[in-house]
Design a protein around this ligand. Structure first.
Ligand code: NAG
Ligand code: NAG
Ligand code: NAG
Length: 307
């Protein structure tokens, strides 16, 4: 009964626009429902009811379809939502890893920062060391200059020393016995001074050790005519290394029996290494008493200056 009324209401609603006013149809429906009428109006009502049922079924079907569609859409949305959720999770994961990476980067940056600061310190140290090196170089340069100056000074000093050295080439020799050989005066018995060792007292020869200007001197006593047989005495200082070159000569001629005459001469000569200088007796004889402390024959010389 209830469902019939509902159907009627639905029919009434559906047919509202095309049918006659509701009051007529509603009364007819109630009549047809209560009395088992088979009237024309009831048949019409029946047909209407059927049509309404069909339409309702159709509507229900449509609604079900709509519900299905809505469900599909909901599912699709749910899927989308799931995807979104997954994305969100993924994003969260990415964010987390990004955070981790950020922290790592921050640590790395801190490290880099520390490194930069350290390098700046090193850089400053390098600068300081570089400046120090420059200062040292300047000092080294000054020292070099000083050393050069010192070397120059040393050279000058050496030259000066040479001048002093020149005083160390000198000799003085004496004979203690008479001599009458026509020869180079040799065998000097006394030779206390022989700086530089250039004089050979055995041969009586002075061998020039360095180029330079030399001074020589000779002194001897002429033997009396009565003892030597001649009144003459001739001696000379000569460069005996050939060719012979006479540097100085002393000559004495006295017939006086009792007189004692000393012959003296000296020479300055510019000589070169290995020149040989000696005294030669050319004539007469040289006297020596042989008494100790009474020596009258001497030959000496020295380097004045190197040339
Ligand atoms: C959405 O989908 C998930 C799994 O795919 C399911 O667990 C959940 O119940 C669904 N939600 C709705 C409202 O359908
Ligand atoms: C000195 O002269 C003598 C005689 O000529 C010679 O025998 C001797 O070797 C010479 N001495 C030196 C050191 O040359
Ligand atoms: C209505 O009529 C039908 C046959 O047309 C019958 O079967 C039914 O019993 C009747 N009902 C009433 C209440 O008269």
């Amino acid at each position: 009964m209830k469902s019939v009324i509902l159907v009627l209401i639905i029919v009434a609603a559906v047919t509202q626009q095309t049918s006659p006013p509701m009051s007529t149809d509603l009364s007819t429906a109630i009549t047809c429902a209560t009395s088992n009428a088979t009237s024309v109006s009831c048949n019409r009502l029946h047909r209407l009811t059927q049509a309404a049922n069909e339409m309702a079924e159709k509507k229900v079907t449509e609604m079900m379809k709509a519900v299905d569609k809505a469900t599909e859409k909901l599912n699709a949305l749910n899927q989308t939502l799931q995807i979104v959720i997954e994305y969100k999770e993924k994003l969260a994961g990415i964010e987390s890893s990004l955070n981790t990476k950020y922290l790592l980067d921050l640590m790395h940056l801190n490290k880099v920062d520390r490194e930069i600061r350290r390098m700046r310190i090193i850089d400053e140290e390098v600068t300081i060391k570089y400046n120090r090196m420059l200062a040292l170089e300047t000092r080294a340069e000054r020292l070099r200059t000083k050393l050069e100056d010192k070397a120059n000074l040393d050279e000058q000093r050496q030259q000066h020393q040479n001048l002093l050295d020149s005083q160390h080439i000198s000799f003085f020799a004496q004979r203690t016995t008479s001599y009458s050989q026509r020869n180079t005066l040799n065998n000097y018995q006394i030779n206390d001074l022989n700086q530089g060792g250039a004089f050979n007292k055995t041969s009586g020869i002075f061998t020039v050790p360095v180029n330079g200007l030399y001074y020589f001197y000779f002194t001897a006593l002429k033997t009396k005519q009565g003892l030597s047989g001649t009144s003459r005495l001739t001696v000379q200082i000569a460069q005996t290394s050939p060719p012979l070159r006479v540097l100085a000569k002393g000559y004495m001629d006295s017939s006086d029996w009792n007189g004692w005459f000393s012959v003296q001469f000296k020479a300055i000569a510019n000589l070169v290494v290995n020149d040989r200088i000696a005294v030669q007796l050319l004539e007469g004889s040289i006297y020596e008493s042989g008494i100790s402390g009474h020596v009258t024959t001497n030959f000496g010389g020295y380097l004045i200056v190197r040339l």
